[in-house]
Design a binder for this molecule. Structure first.
Ligand code: ADP
Length: 339
Protein backbone atom coordinates (compact mmCIF):
# COMPACT_ATOMS: atom_id res chain seq x y z
CA UNK A 1 0.00 0.00 0.00
CA UNK A 2 1.44 3.44 -0.86
CA UNK A 3 2.32 5.70 2.08
CA UNK A 4 -0.29 8.39 2.84
CA UNK A 5 0.75 11.88 1.75
CA UNK A 6 1.65 14.22 4.65
CA UNK A 7 -1.19 16.48 5.74
CA UNK A 8 -0.69 20.26 6.14
CA UNK A 9 -1.04 19.86 9.91
CA UNK A 10 1.86 17.35 9.91
CA UNK A 11 4.05 19.95 8.23
CA UNK A 12 3.22 22.60 10.85
CA UNK A 13 3.95 20.13 13.65
CA UNK A 14 7.24 19.15 12.01
CA UNK A 15 8.53 22.74 11.86
CA UNK A 16 11.44 23.38 14.24
CA UNK A 17 10.28 26.91 15.22
CA UNK A 18 7.00 27.89 16.86
CA UNK A 19 4.31 28.03 14.14
CA UNK A 20 0.60 28.96 14.11
CA UNK A 21 -2.08 28.77 11.45
CA UNK A 22 -4.79 31.44 11.65
CA UNK A 23 -7.95 31.64 9.54
CA UNK A 24 -9.12 34.70 7.60
CA UNK A 25 -10.88 35.99 10.77
CA UNK A 26 -7.64 35.81 12.77
CA UNK A 27 -8.70 32.78 14.84
CA UNK A 28 -5.89 30.31 15.57
CA UNK A 29 -6.68 26.98 13.93
CA UNK A 30 -3.48 25.12 14.68
CA UNK A 31 -0.37 25.60 16.80
CA UNK A 32 2.63 23.29 16.94
CA UNK A 33 4.20 22.10 20.20
CA UNK A 34 6.88 24.83 20.17
CA UNK A 35 4.19 27.52 19.85
CA UNK A 36 2.15 26.03 22.71
CA UNK A 37 5.27 26.01 24.86
CA UNK A 38 6.14 29.59 23.98
CA UNK A 39 2.61 30.93 24.54
CA UNK A 40 2.26 28.78 27.67
CA UNK A 41 -1.21 27.58 26.49
CA UNK A 42 -2.72 26.00 23.42
CA UNK A 43 -4.11 28.99 21.47
CA UNK A 44 -6.19 26.88 19.06
CA UNK A 45 -9.77 28.20 18.82
CA UNK A 46 -8.91 31.64 20.27
CA UNK A 47 -8.40 34.86 18.40
CA UNK A 48 -4.73 35.63 17.79
CA UNK A 49 -5.04 38.94 19.67
CA UNK A 50 -5.87 36.99 22.84
CA UNK A 51 -2.64 34.99 22.78
CA UNK A 52 -0.02 37.09 21.04
CA UNK A 53 0.35 40.58 22.49
CA UNK A 54 2.05 42.05 19.45
CA UNK A 55 -0.11 44.63 17.60
CA UNK A 56 2.35 44.80 14.68
CA UNK A 57 2.03 41.06 14.07
CA UNK A 58 -1.78 41.30 14.20
CA UNK A 59 -1.67 44.11 11.66
CA UNK A 60 0.58 42.06 9.37
CA UNK A 61 -1.81 39.11 9.63
CA UNK A 62 -4.80 41.29 8.69
CA UNK A 63 -2.87 42.80 5.75
CA UNK A 64 -1.73 39.36 4.55
CA UNK A 65 -5.26 37.95 4.83
CA UNK A 66 -6.55 40.80 2.67
CA UNK A 67 -4.10 40.17 -0.12
CA UNK A 68 -0.81 41.85 0.86
CA UNK A 69 2.28 39.65 0.37
CA UNK A 70 4.09 37.92 3.20
CA UNK A 71 5.74 40.07 5.88
CA UNK A 72 8.34 39.85 8.67
CA UNK A 73 7.76 41.73 11.90
CA UNK A 74 10.11 41.98 14.89
CA UNK A 75 8.52 42.26 18.32
CA UNK A 76 9.47 41.94 21.97
CA UNK A 77 7.79 40.53 25.03
CA UNK A 78 8.57 41.79 28.55
CA UNK A 79 7.12 39.05 30.76
CA UNK A 80 8.01 36.60 32.22
CA UNK A 81 11.49 37.48 30.88
CA UNK A 82 12.34 39.95 28.11
CA UNK A 83 12.63 38.17 24.76
CA UNK A 84 12.77 39.27 21.12
CA UNK A 85 11.15 37.49 18.18
CA UNK A 86 10.77 37.77 14.44
CA UNK A 87 7.34 36.74 13.18
CA UNK A 88 7.09 35.73 9.56
CA UNK A 89 3.53 35.90 8.22
CA UNK A 90 2.76 34.10 4.93
CA UNK A 91 -0.55 33.97 3.10
CA UNK A 92 -2.03 30.48 2.70
CA UNK A 93 -4.13 31.44 -0.33
CA UNK A 94 -7.04 33.72 -0.98
CA UNK A 95 -9.33 33.79 2.08
CA UNK A 96 -7.52 30.85 3.70
CA UNK A 97 -5.69 32.74 6.41
CA UNK A 98 -2.02 32.83 7.22
CA UNK A 99 0.89 30.80 8.58
CA UNK A 100 2.88 32.56 11.30
CA UNK A 101 6.33 31.29 12.22
CA UNK A 102 8.24 32.76 15.13
CA UNK A 103 12.02 32.89 15.48
CA UNK A 104 13.61 33.67 18.84
CA UNK A 105 16.13 36.47 18.32
CA UNK A 106 16.98 36.96 22.01
CA UNK A 107 20.31 35.12 22.00
CA UNK A 108 21.42 36.65 18.68
CA UNK A 109 20.65 40.16 19.94
CA UNK A 110 22.43 39.50 23.23
CA UNK A 111 25.55 38.34 21.38
CA UNK A 112 25.39 41.37 19.09
CA UNK A 113 25.07 43.70 22.09
CA UNK A 114 27.95 41.95 23.87
CA UNK A 115 30.13 42.30 20.79
CA UNK A 116 29.34 45.99 20.47
CA UNK A 117 29.93 46.55 24.22
CA UNK A 118 33.21 44.68 24.01
CA UNK A 119 34.54 46.79 21.15
CA UNK A 120 33.44 49.98 22.95
CA UNK A 121 35.05 48.86 26.21
CA UNK A 122 38.30 47.71 24.60
CA UNK A 123 38.60 50.97 22.66
CA UNK A 124 37.92 53.00 25.78
CA UNK A 125 40.50 51.03 27.77
CA UNK A 126 43.13 51.59 25.08
CA UNK A 127 42.26 55.23 24.59
CA UNK A 128 42.81 56.11 28.26
CA UNK A 129 46.59 55.38 28.30
CA UNK A 130 46.91 56.76 24.77
CA UNK A 131 45.41 60.09 25.86
CA UNK A 132 47.78 60.16 28.83
CA UNK A 133 50.75 59.42 26.52
CA UNK A 134 49.81 62.26 24.15
CA UNK A 135 49.47 64.63 27.11
CA UNK A 136 52.94 63.74 28.45
CA UNK A 137 54.44 64.12 24.97
CA UNK A 138 52.98 67.61 24.64
CA UNK A 139 54.40 68.51 28.05
CA UNK A 140 57.85 67.29 27.05
CA UNK A 141 57.70 69.24 23.80
CA UNK A 142 56.26 72.33 25.51
CA UNK A 143 56.56 73.38 29.17
CA UNK A 144 59.25 70.78 29.99
CA UNK A 145 61.29 71.34 26.82
CA UNK A 146 64.40 72.52 28.58
CA UNK A 147 63.91 70.82 31.92
CA UNK A 148 65.73 67.44 31.86
CA UNK A 149 64.50 66.54 35.35
CA UNK A 150 60.84 67.03 34.40
CA UNK A 151 61.47 65.22 31.12
CA UNK A 152 62.81 62.22 33.03
CA UNK A 153 59.74 62.16 35.20
CA UNK A 154 57.38 62.34 32.22
CA UNK A 155 59.30 59.68 30.30
CA UNK A 156 58.90 57.38 33.31
CA UNK A 157 55.15 58.03 33.35
CA UNK A 158 55.00 57.40 29.61
CA UNK A 159 56.74 54.09 30.07
CA UNK A 160 54.16 52.93 32.59
CA UNK A 161 51.28 53.96 30.27
CA UNK A 162 52.90 52.11 27.36
CA UNK A 163 53.26 49.05 29.60
CA UNK A 164 49.60 49.28 30.47
CA UNK A 165 48.70 49.28 26.77
CA UNK A 166 50.95 46.28 26.20
CA UNK A 167 49.33 44.36 29.08
CA UNK A 168 45.90 45.14 27.72
CA UNK A 169 46.79 44.00 24.21
CA UNK A 170 48.45 40.82 25.57
CA UNK A 171 45.31 40.04 27.59
CA UNK A 172 43.01 40.73 24.63
CA UNK A 173 45.07 38.42 22.42
CA UNK A 174 45.16 35.73 25.12
CA UNK A 175 41.41 35.93 25.51
CA UNK A 176 40.73 35.71 21.79
CA UNK A 177 43.12 32.75 21.38
CA UNK A 178 41.51 30.86 24.25
CA UNK A 179 37.98 31.64 23.07
CA UNK A 180 38.81 30.42 19.61
CA UNK A 181 39.94 27.06 21.03
CA UNK A 182 37.33 26.81 23.75
CA UNK A 183 35.54 23.85 22.17
CA UNK A 184 38.77 21.83 21.88
CA UNK A 185 39.68 20.13 25.12
CA UNK A 186 43.46 20.19 25.75
CA UNK A 187 45.01 16.75 25.85
CA UNK A 188 48.22 17.05 27.89
CA UNK A 189 48.90 15.59 31.32
CA UNK A 190 49.47 18.17 34.05
CA UNK A 191 50.38 17.73 37.69
CA UNK A 192 48.68 20.58 39.56
CA UNK A 193 51.13 20.13 42.43
CA UNK A 194 53.98 21.14 40.13
CA UNK A 195 51.92 24.01 38.70
CA UNK A 196 51.24 25.27 42.24
CA UNK A 197 54.88 25.07 43.29
CA UNK A 198 55.95 26.87 40.10
CA UNK A 199 53.45 29.73 40.55
CA UNK A 200 54.31 30.10 44.23
CA UNK A 201 58.02 30.44 43.32
CA UNK A 202 57.28 32.93 40.52
CA UNK A 203 55.17 35.12 42.83
CA UNK A 204 57.34 35.09 45.95
CA UNK A 205 58.96 38.39 44.85
CA UNK A 206 55.57 40.06 44.33
CA UNK A 207 54.38 38.75 47.70
CA UNK A 208 57.44 40.31 49.32
CA UNK A 209 56.62 43.64 47.64
CA UNK A 210 53.14 43.48 49.14
CA UNK A 211 54.61 42.37 52.50
CA UNK A 212 52.34 39.37 52.35
CA UNK A 213 53.04 35.71 53.10
CA UNK A 214 52.37 33.33 50.19
CA UNK A 215 52.01 29.68 51.19
CA UNK A 216 51.34 26.39 49.41
CA UNK A 217 49.46 23.54 51.05
CA UNK A 218 49.19 20.32 49.10
CA UNK A 219 48.73 16.58 49.66
CA UNK A 220 51.00 15.74 46.71
CA UNK A 221 50.62 15.15 42.97
CA UNK A 222 47.14 15.55 41.44
CA UNK A 223 47.13 14.91 37.70
CA UNK A 224 44.55 16.41 35.35
CA UNK A 225 44.14 16.54 31.58
CA UNK A 226 45.05 19.97 30.32
CA UNK A 227 47.48 22.56 29.07
CA UNK A 228 50.22 23.32 31.59
CA UNK A 229 50.76 26.87 30.34
CA UNK A 230 47.08 27.70 30.59
CA UNK A 231 46.69 26.21 34.06
CA UNK A 232 49.75 28.16 35.19
CA UNK A 233 48.05 31.28 33.81
CA UNK A 234 44.86 30.53 35.78
CA UNK A 235 46.68 30.07 39.06
CA UNK A 236 48.97 33.02 38.44
CA UNK A 237 46.03 35.35 37.68
CA UNK A 238 44.17 34.20 40.80
CA UNK A 239 47.21 34.45 43.07
CA UNK A 240 48.21 37.86 41.65
CA UNK A 241 44.68 39.12 42.29
CA UNK A 242 44.78 37.78 45.83
CA UNK A 243 48.03 39.70 46.39
CA UNK A 244 46.83 42.85 44.59
CA UNK A 245 43.45 43.10 46.26
CA UNK A 246 43.80 41.01 49.42
CA UNK A 247 47.32 41.68 50.73
CA UNK A 248 45.97 43.60 53.74
CA UNK A 249 45.16 40.14 55.11
CA UNK A 250 48.95 39.47 55.16
CA UNK A 251 48.46 35.88 54.00
CA UNK A 252 47.61 34.34 50.64
CA UNK A 253 47.23 30.56 50.55
CA UNK A 254 47.41 28.27 47.55
CA UNK A 255 45.66 25.05 48.51
CA UNK A 256 45.56 21.90 46.38
CA UNK A 257 43.26 19.04 47.37
CA UNK A 258 41.88 15.96 45.74
CA UNK A 259 38.17 15.54 46.44
CA UNK A 260 36.98 12.23 44.97
CA UNK A 261 37.18 12.56 41.20
CA UNK A 262 37.85 16.30 41.40
CA UNK A 263 41.03 18.28 41.79
CA UNK A 264 40.38 21.46 43.76
CA UNK A 265 42.96 24.21 43.49
CA UNK A 266 42.11 27.27 45.60
CA UNK A 267 43.62 30.66 46.26
CA UNK A 268 42.49 32.12 49.55
CA UNK A 269 43.15 35.63 50.79
CA UNK A 270 42.18 37.34 54.02
CA UNK A 271 41.67 40.80 52.53
CA UNK A 272 38.57 43.01 52.30
CA UNK A 273 36.42 40.45 50.46
CA UNK A 274 33.91 41.14 47.69
CA UNK A 275 30.26 42.17 48.14
CA UNK A 276 27.84 39.45 47.07
CA UNK A 277 26.24 41.36 44.18
CA UNK A 278 29.59 41.60 42.35
CA UNK A 279 30.49 37.90 42.50
CA UNK A 280 28.42 36.62 39.54
CA UNK A 281 29.79 39.40 37.32
CA UNK A 282 33.51 39.18 38.14
CA UNK A 283 34.31 36.97 35.15
CA UNK A 284 32.72 39.40 32.65
CA UNK A 285 35.26 41.18 30.50
CA UNK A 286 36.26 44.55 31.93
CA UNK A 287 34.08 44.13 35.02
CA UNK A 288 35.76 45.53 38.12
CA UNK A 289 34.44 46.20 41.59
CA UNK A 290 36.36 49.48 41.59
CA UNK A 291 37.75 50.67 38.24
CA UNK A 292 40.20 53.22 39.69
CA UNK A 293 41.51 50.74 42.23
CA UNK A 294 42.04 48.09 39.53
CA UNK A 295 43.79 50.54 37.17
CA UNK A 296 46.07 51.87 39.88
CA UNK A 297 47.17 48.26 40.49
CA UNK A 298 47.89 47.68 36.81
CA UNK A 299 44.69 45.66 36.24
CA UNK A 300 43.11 45.26 32.80
CA UNK A 301 39.77 43.86 33.95
CA UNK A 302 40.36 40.79 31.79
CA UNK A 303 42.18 38.44 34.19
CA UNK A 304 39.13 36.59 35.48
CA UNK A 305 37.52 36.43 32.02
CA UNK A 306 40.66 34.63 30.83
CA UNK A 307 40.52 32.36 33.90
CA UNK A 308 36.89 31.44 33.20
CA UNK A 309 37.50 30.63 29.54
CA UNK A 310 40.53 28.46 30.31
CA UNK A 311 38.59 26.55 32.97
CA UNK A 312 35.64 26.07 30.57
CA UNK A 313 38.03 24.70 27.99
CA UNK A 314 39.24 22.21 30.60
CA UNK A 315 35.60 21.21 31.39
CA UNK A 316 36.04 22.50 34.93
CA UNK A 317 34.36 25.08 37.17
CA UNK A 318 35.37 28.25 38.96
CA UNK A 319 33.79 28.65 42.38
CA UNK A 320 34.08 32.06 44.05
CA UNK A 321 33.21 32.55 47.70
CA UNK A 322 33.80 35.70 49.67
CA UNK A 323 32.84 37.42 52.87
CA UNK A 324 33.21 41.15 53.38
CA UNK A 325 35.91 41.89 55.92
CA UNK A 326 37.15 38.29 55.92
CA UNK A 327 38.53 37.58 52.46
CA UNK A 328 37.88 35.61 49.30
CA UNK A 329 38.49 32.13 47.91
CA UNK A 330 38.71 31.43 44.19
CA UNK A 331 38.59 27.68 43.58
CA UNK A 332 39.19 25.89 40.28
CA UNK A 333 37.63 22.39 40.12
CA UNK A 334 38.88 20.07 37.41
CA UNK A 335 38.17 16.40 36.80
CA UNK A 336 41.14 14.25 37.90
CA UNK A 337 42.71 12.36 35.02
CA UNK A 338 41.41 8.79 34.92
CA UNK A 339 44.21 6.25 35.31
P1 ADP B 1 41.80 43.21 37.09
O1 ADP B 1 42.73 43.32 35.96
O2 ADP B 1 41.00 44.46 37.34
O3 ADP B 1 42.44 42.67 38.32
P2 ADP B 1 40.26 40.72 37.00
O4 ADP B 1 39.36 40.22 35.93
O5 ADP B 1 41.44 39.89 37.36
O6 ADP B 1 40.68 42.17 36.55
O7 ADP B 1 39.41 40.95 38.30
C1 ADP B 1 38.18 41.67 38.21
C2 ADP B 1 37.88 42.40 39.51
O8 ADP B 1 37.60 41.45 40.54
C3 ADP B 1 39.02 43.21 40.05
O9 ADP B 1 39.07 44.50 39.46
C4 ADP B 1 38.68 43.29 41.53
O10 ADP B 1 37.73 44.33 41.72
C5 ADP B 1 37.97 41.98 41.80
N1 ADP B 1 38.82 40.96 42.46
C6 ADP B 1 39.48 39.94 41.86
N2 ADP B 1 40.13 39.18 42.78
C7 ADP B 1 39.89 39.73 43.97
C8 ADP B 1 40.27 39.41 45.33
N3 ADP B 1 41.06 38.37 45.62
N4 ADP B 1 39.80 40.22 46.33
C9 ADP B 1 38.99 41.28 46.07
N5 ADP B 1 38.60 41.63 44.81
C10 ADP B 1 39.03 40.88 43.78
Amino acid sequence: MPNAAPQPADLVHAMPDPALVVDAQGVVRLANEQAVELLEADPAGRHLSATLRAPDVLEAVTATASGAGSASVDYEIRVPVPRAFRAHVSCLGDGKGALITLRDLTREQQIERMRADFVANASHELRTPLTALSGFLETIQGPAKSDPKAQDKFLGLMKSQAERMRRLIDDLLSLSRIEMNEHVRPSGEVDLNQVSAHVRDVLLGLAREFECKLTLESDGPVVVTGSRDELVQVLQNLAENALKYGSTGKLVEIILRRNGEWAELSVRDHGPGIAEQHIPRLTERFYRVNVQDSRSRGGTGLGLAIVKHIINRHRGRLVITSELGKGSTFMMRLPVKAT
